[in-house]
Design a protein around this ligand. Structure first.
Ligand code: PNS
Length: 160
């Protein structure tokens, strides 16, 4: 049984994130999606809200679980019998930081990180841009799952 950990800020989850999770669900026996509770900046959605948004977006994938963590990712991975960490890679701009993190995690615990190339149409997509566009009243309907779009409208006071 191979268990994969898909960690992230997911503030909010985008279709790019869901694509990576879906690919993992088709490859690994068990997928644990883990929301970092306290990303460096103060998040738009709480960790529990981000977990709920992810759970709703991945409804029906039986081998996908959700959790949240504080502290070192490798400690969370060890506590949950994880074999590999999986991260999405959009472009070369992601690569520098992602390779640094993967090498630090390997140094800390020996864990393997695998990278999944995101769908080309989501190559420019990021949670921070989604927050910015939604906050300024732009449409992010094709970029995030429907439940996330609703949650963004509510958060920015534009219900309905
Ligand atoms: O969605 P993101 O911002 O790319 O997610 C980054 C995340 C949460 C995976 C990363 O910040 C992380 O692993 N944080 C936990 C702290 C940690 O373990 N740091 C040392 C390893 S680099």
């Amino acid at each position: 049984m191979i268990s994969a950990l898909v960690p992230g800020s997911f503030d909010p989850p985008t279709k790019g994130h869901i694509d990576v999770i879906e690919r993992c669900a088709g490859i690994f026996d068990r997928v644990l999606v883990a929301v970092v509770r306290n990303p460096s900046k103060s998040p738009l959605f709480t960790a529990d809200e981000r977990m709920d948004l992810l759970r709703e977006s991945c409804n029906g994938w039986d081998n996908v679980e959700f959790g949240s963590f504080d502290g070192l990712l490798v400690d969370y991975a060890a506590a949950h019998e994880i074999n590999v960490i999986v991260k999405g890679l959009r472009a070369m701009t992601d690569f520098d930081y992602e390779i640094q993190m993967s090498q630090m995690n390997r140094h800390l615990s020996g864990i393997v990180t695998l990278f999944v190339a995101t769908k080309p149409e989501y190559g420019y997509l990021s949670s921070s841009l989604v927050r910015q566009v939604a906050g300024l009243g732009g449409s992010v309907d094709n970029l995030v799952p429907a439940n996330v779009s609703v949650a963004l409208k509510e958060r920015f006071g534009r219900d309905g």
